[in-house]
Structures are given as C-alpha cells and as structure tokens.
Design a protein around this ligand. Sequence first.
Ligand code: CO
Length: 223
Amino acid sequence: MRHLTALVVTLLMSACVKTVPGGKSMQTNPIVQTGDPVLRAAAQDVPVERIGTPEFNALITRMVDTMRAAPGVGLAAPQIGVPWRVLVLEDREELMTALTPEERAERERLPVPVRVFINPTLTPIGEDKVTFFEGCLSVAGFAGLVERHHEVEVSGLDEKGQPQTWRVKGWPARILQHEVDHLLGTLYIDRMLTRSFGTAAQVKARFAGKSIAQVKQELGFTK
Ligand code: CO
C-alpha cells in the first residue's frame, strides 16, 4: 500500500490548474484513455485508515474537479490512474440542456448532488433493464447503446468513512453501474450493442430527440 500511496501523491502533484466559467479554479488530472492497463485491472479496496487523511481528501477533490471540468457525470479513480475502489458522481441541470423533456423523462434523468462511494458493492434490484446511449471519459468522443439494470442498490463508505446505502433507479443507477464496472476493469464497450457504436457527433446528429425504440429500429435491431 505504500507504493500506492506514493502513486497517489505523485498524481496529485502532476495535476494542472484549470479555470472554469465563473472564474473558479480547479485542479484536474488527465483522464486515462482506453488501452491503458489501469482501466483493465480490478482496483483495490481503500484501507479504512486512509479515509479522511489529507492525501485521500485531496484525491476526492481532484476526482470531483476532473469530473466537472471534463464535463462528466461520474468518474472512477482508475480513470486518473489510481487503482483504488473509489467513485464519484454528480449530475447537473446544465448537463441536460441538450435533452428534450421527453428524453429526460425516458432516461429518468434528474440532478444528483455529488456522491462519493468508497469500496462499493452493487446489487441489481428486480429484473427490469433499460437501454440508452452511454459514453465514457476514457473512451473519449464515442457512444454506444448499453443495456443496464433499471434499479440498483449500492453500499459502501462515504468520504468520511461512514457506511451508506443508496437504492436508486433511472439515470443515476446507470451511472453507478458504469462506475462500479470501472472498478472491476470493465468498460461500457464490453457491454454495448456493438452495431450502435459511433462517434458522439454521429450519435447526436442522427438520434438526438428520438425515442430509443426509434433509434433501435433505425440501427436495424429487431427488438
Ligand atoms: Co467511464
């Protein structure tokens, strides 16, 4: 674990400072891209004694800032090169402006304040599955349709080391499944309907505003 601690410190020192609209400065890390082995390894549990240390708090802040600057709705520690089982997520109104009210409703997408999960476990609830386009900051510039559980329950520790459980459906449930996958070395491209894979620009140009039923029909899916 000493090696990992040194790695975290090195990564925190290598960050760059960005100024975002509104003038706030953020410290961000480069986001590791697909092909890097850190995205394909199972991350390690964070030792509980690390939680709450200045170095660990700095890691959480860095992850949140990197997610916001991207911008994205979730980030797992391996995506900034840290092989620890930590994820952050946040969804904001300003990230949904490109969606029609129908698209928002279909995705069950609502603002979610920042949540941090350390050493999480995820359990699907029920049998319902839902399919939507999904992207990943580590597969920059692309999107694909991914089937996910409609509802999940995630348990783990929060940033203060307190146990927490969150049962949620809709878009936050999708984000959680995507981020927990990262901690297991799995990317959405492993789960996607491969013939739906395209650049984010193509997906937007072809399918913005359309229902998923129509999208699947246009892509040649029979169900
Ligand atoms: Co991702």
